[in-house]
Ligand binder design. Structure first.
Ligand SMILES: Cc1ncc(COP(=O)(O)O)c(C=O)c1O
Length: 534
């Protein structure tokens, strides 16, 4: 192999991967390059590999520049075909390869085969592949899944940080505060008390009781424990609902901009997401008229996120009431994702969707959890409150699929709900300061527009006036994704593109980070935009 690769540029090294003796068919090649791998360079590498007459699994940790990579190019007799196939079957070429993969119409996901294997790549000798690549045929449902865009954006920022660059990181959807001490202490006590085994699949009675008590206390809503399912985070709770209610031929109404996982989870069931655009002018709130107009005989569900990720929209009570009336009129169930319910700012008010009367409550599935309000994203506790019949169905699903959420986390969540609420208040004070600061700063930057967030911890602003202009560093962005790429590359500011939320032209900034970080990052953003040409 040494000879075969001799004419590659010196900054590229190609290494044979070890192959366990059980490996039936393939060997592997790891490419490491100090610079981004352009398509001409990829061709050169592939040509060299083709001289080996070895079918190859090619792995690269460098970005492969997809712009230059036409879909229909074939390279010689074997090598490029092998790469194409590898992409088609979803294997990883590069952890940052998605653009080249998209050119082939089928972006693979790092999750598909586990990032651990790709991570092992730099020490190529440690890489093992134990399966026949050709037999890795993915199911139709999973094949079309893309990795979560917010997680991907955070991973790009992290990768850049790992190279020693200071990155202004605003992609994260989680509070930067530690989980309050009383909650951590409750978890430790639970371990000491031996609560380290299976629990009932849908949660311990103490937590179900605590959830019911919290809804009674906070919103005057009466629920019984047999209407509660404790899931592995709110995301899992949402999956339980959609999987239990929807299937092929069904339609699910989703106002856009929407949280990235909504449409993916709907599509996974074979149902069709019906995206209804909301506008900055309407504060990014779905109107009752829009909801009614989107209903067809196939409509099975409305997914309503209040307060909203990514826009921060906190729905006015009158709008919620109007939506509730439409739901009752047409008997459409509503998944009310209220995970940001405790993070409300200024004059905005939060109203639980189920609180507009018994007829509305009977159609409402509340989704919430402890992740955002109590800085407990890693503990993975979310829940649903729903009519008994649906709860029973979801309980069957969860008991077959995941069993109980972590026993220790459940005891911690009991403390979060029943214990002192001071830390929640303190976090809210800090979030409010940050929200006001970011709103003022973004308002002062020419060419940006947004609807002021009433909740959650995001500002979602329109950057499209900068499209088509030469940005510092020389790039010209034509869309939000390209804008975010340029912003990460030059002033190292990491935002999430609105394209991923069904809102072209916008970007999302998370203010779940310190004031110092916000100041430095927004200074960098402002400076960058000042340098934009005509
Ligand atoms: C709107 C929305 N719903 C649900 C979730 C999932 O929350 P969890 O971390 O509890 O799964 C998130 C997380 O970012 C979210 O933004």
């Amino acid at each position: 192999m040494g000879e075969a690769i001799a004419c590659l540029p010196s900054f590229v090294s190609v290494t044979a991967l070890n192959r366990p003796s059980t490996e039936p068919t393939r060997s592997g090649i790891a490419i490491q390059s100090k610079t981004a791998i352009t398509f001409p360079l990829l061709k050169q590498i592939v040509h060299q590999i083709s001289l080996l007459s070895t079918p190859c699994l090619v792995i690269s940790h460098q970005k492969i520049r997809g712009e230059d990579c036409p879909r229909d190019v074939k390279l010689g007799r074997c090598a490029f075909f092998e790469i194409y196939e590898t992409l088609e079957s979803g294997l990883i070429l590069s952890r940052r390869h998605s653009r080249i993969a998209e050119n082939f119409g089928n972006p693979p996901t790092p999750e598909t085969f586990g990032t651990g294997r790709a991570d092992a790549c730099p020490g190529a000798g440690s890489f093992r592949t134990t399966t026949r690549l050709r037999s890795m045929r993915l199911s139709a449902a999973v094949k079309s899944l893309k990795p979560s865009a917010t997680i991907a954006a955070a991973a790009r920022a992290k990768a850049l940080k790992a190279t020693g660059v200071t990155v202004h990181e605003f992609t994260l959807g989680e509070p930067d505060f530690p989980t309050p001490k009383n909650i951590c202490d409750a978890a430790k006590a639970a371990m000491d008390a031996g609560h380290t085994h299976y629990t009932p699949a849908t949660g311990i009675p103490e937590l179900k009781k605590a959830i019911c008590a919290a809804y009674q206390r906070d919103y005057g809503l009466s629920y019984e424990p047999n209407q509660v399912i404790v899931a592995n985070g709110a995301k899992h709770a949402i999956h339980n609902v959609i999987a239990s209610l929807c299937g092929p031929g069904d339609e699910v109404i989703i106002p856009t901009p929407y949280w990235v996982s909504y449409s993916a989870l709907v599509e996974l069931t074979g149902a069709t997401p019906v995206l209804v655009p909301t506008t900055e002018e309407s504060g990014f709130c779905l109107t009752p008229e829009q909801f009614e107009a989107a209903i067809t005989p196939n409509t099975r569900l409305l997914m309503l996120n209040n307060p909203c990720n990514p826009t921060g929209a906190a729905y006015p009570v009158a709008t919620l009431e109007g939506l509730a009336r439409v739901a009752v009129k047409h008997q459409i169930p509503v998944l009310a994702d209220e995970i940001y319910e405790k993070l409300i700012y200024g004059d905005s008010e939060f109203r639980c969707f189920a609180s507009f009367g018994e007829d509305v409550k009977n159609l409402t599935i509340i989704v919430s959890g402890v992740s955002k309000a109590y800085a407990m994203t890693g503990w993975r506790i979310g829940w649903t409150l729903a009519p008994v019949e649906l709860t029973t169905a979801m309980s069957n699903l969860q008991s077959q699929q995941t069993s109980n959420p972590c026993s220790i986390s459940q005891y911690a969540a009991v403390e979060a709900l029943n214990g002192p609420q001071e830390s929640l208040k303190e976090m809210l004070v800090e979030f409010t300061k940050r929200r006001n600061y970011v709103v003022d700063r973004i308002k002062a930057i020419p060419g940006l527009s947004f609807a002021e967030p009433g909740g959650a911890f995001y500002v979602f602003f329109n950057v499209s006036s900068y499209f088509g202009k030469k940005l510092p560093g020389g790039k010209v962005a034509q869309n939000s994704s390209e804008f975010c790429d340029a912003l990460l590359e030059v002033p190292h500011v990491a935002l999430v593109s609105g394209d991923d939320f069904g809102a072209p032209g916008y970007v999302r900034l998370s203010f779940a980070t310190s004031m110092e970080a916000l100041k430095a990052g927004i200074d960098a953003l402002e400076e960058f935009l000042k340098g934009a040409g005509e």
